[in-house]
Design a protein around this ligand. Structure first.
Ligand code: 0X9
Ligand code: ZN
Length: 413
């Protein structure tokens, strides 16, 4: 046997970091039966940045879902017991669920673009490549532009479909939160249908222009693929931690409620409003469309909610009925198609108060009359890890809702 000695320079070794392991991490499901218990969980979420609340709402009898690292589990459970909570362990070892996911992607050999979108989570460079392919294949109806560069230097690209003077515009974005992979997947399916299946979508194309940014936070998205599956924030260093919550970084009642000043928190508001190049990109695009943009739809996951302003107060805007009508149309269409139920209402009243969101900003500052956050279905173990095998069902169902909302907007504006 010939022994080969490969000399790897030390500097190269130093930059190779291992993927974050979730070995021993658990997801707890905690039922909040009283207002005191709901408040306790809310306070805990605000005060302990080691606990990652995957789901939390203010509704009584709802169940919170919390990702807890091994070193926090004993205190967390003791706190639950002391406060009379009923809880169960939803995932015993989170690391195992991630391995399951990788297997399902690796075993597929997709062919067409639609097939790739429906059966796997595309990496950011593949997303951009798909947009560029569409631009060269359909130059008359599609325009692809690099609108900004992320902190780590990735191109943020929008696709504009059916650009016509005097059309109302729908601005659709996804992936401001890195780990919510089903959101960019849904945006890609929307793009695929609007461009490559245009005949079937004539009703939402004839008087509408679509501007779609499928991955708002590509640095976080790539980091969640390569290093840390449940990464949420951007990737710009902040104090001794990394990342800002993009959906707390918009300049409208910035930082007033439900947003953290601690850089290590999952809901860090940033060191200033619009401190992140990615949120500035969304701001600048929507601002350019002022007066024309009638519908801002931001895709997130998970929990099956259609949420609208305000996110910073339990008051409702004067025109809330107009937004509610659009959201209800989406929820009704989905329920009719598949039986899946969505909860419709204002962010603060249905979920929790959280200021600095893109929806509140678009509605208040860019005069977009209909601004909605769609929390797509979860799946897999807990909610942020739907297996690749469920993408097709999920995005097709969501597309029914998005279509119905777009039709309603086309009628109203
Ligand atoms: O907290 C968020 O940013 C959204 N939920 S998520 O689980 N995807 O993180 C909800 C945002 C609702 N809108 C505002 N609070 N403005
Ligand atoms: Zn989100």
């Amino acid at each position: 046997m010939i022994l080969k000695i490969i000399i790897v320079p030390f500097a190269m070794l130093a930059v190779v970091t291992a993927r974050h392991s979730y070995q021993g991490y658990k997801v707890y499901e905690v039922q909040q039966k009283t207002r005191e218990q709901a408040n306790f969980l809310y306070e805990l979420e605000q005060s302990n940045s080691n606990l990652d609340f995957w789901h939390l709402s203010k509704r009584l009898n709802d169940k919170a879902q919390v990702l807890v690292p091994p070193k926090e589990q004993r205190t967390f459970v003791a706190d639950l017991m002391k406060n009379g909570f009923q809880y169960s362990v939803l995932v015993h070892d989170v690391e195992n669920t991630i391995d399951d996911y990788s297997a399902s992607v690796a075993s597929r050999k997709p062919v067409s673009a639609e097939d790739r979108i429906l059966h796997g989570y595309l990496r950011h460079s593949d997303v951009n490549q798909y947009l560029d392919e569409l631009a060269s294949k359909f130059p008359a109806k599609v325009k692809v532009e690099q609108i900004a560069t992320s902190y780590e230097g990735r191109p943020l690209k929008t696709i504009t479909i059916n650009d016509k003077r005097n059309n109302s515009v729908i601005f659709l974005d996804a992936g401001i939160h890195a780990r919510e992979w089903i959101a960019p997947a849904t945006a890609l399916y929307a793009i695929n249908q609007l461009v490559e299946n245009a005949n079937e979508n004539a009703d939402i194309l004839s008087n509408l222009t679509w501007v779609i940014l499928p991955v708002v936070n590509p640095d976080g998205y790539e980091y969640s693929h390569q290093m840390e599956r449940f990464w949420r924030k951007t990737r710009k260093p902040a104090g001794k931690c990394i990342g800002t919550d993009g959906n707390r970084n918009f300049d409208f009642h910035w930082g007033e409620v439900g947003a953290s000043s601690s850089a290590c928190s999952e809901t860090y508001k940033g060191d200033a409003p619009f401190s992140e190049p990615e949120t500035r990109a969304v701001r600048d695009e929507i601002s350019k469309l002022k007066g024309q943009c009638k519908f801002y739809l931001s895709l997130h996951s998970y929990g099956n909610y259609l949420l609208y302003p305000w996110g910073y107060t339990s008051d409702l805007p004067d025109t809330w009925r107009d937004i509610d009508e659009v959201a209800q149309a989406g929820a009704a269409a989905i329920e009719q198609a598949t039986g899946t139920k969505y909860t419709v209402g204002s962010s603060t009243n249905e979920l929790y108060a959280a200021a600095g969101g893109s929806d509140d900003w678009a509605f208040a500052k860019a005069d977009v009359p209909v601004a909605i956050v769609m929390e797509l279905p979860g799946g897999g173990f807990g909610g942020f890890n739907p297996p690749a095998s469920s993408i097709e069902t999920s995005v097709k169902e969501s597309w029914v809702g998005i279509r119905a909302m777009a039709r309603k907007v086309a009628q109203k504006y």
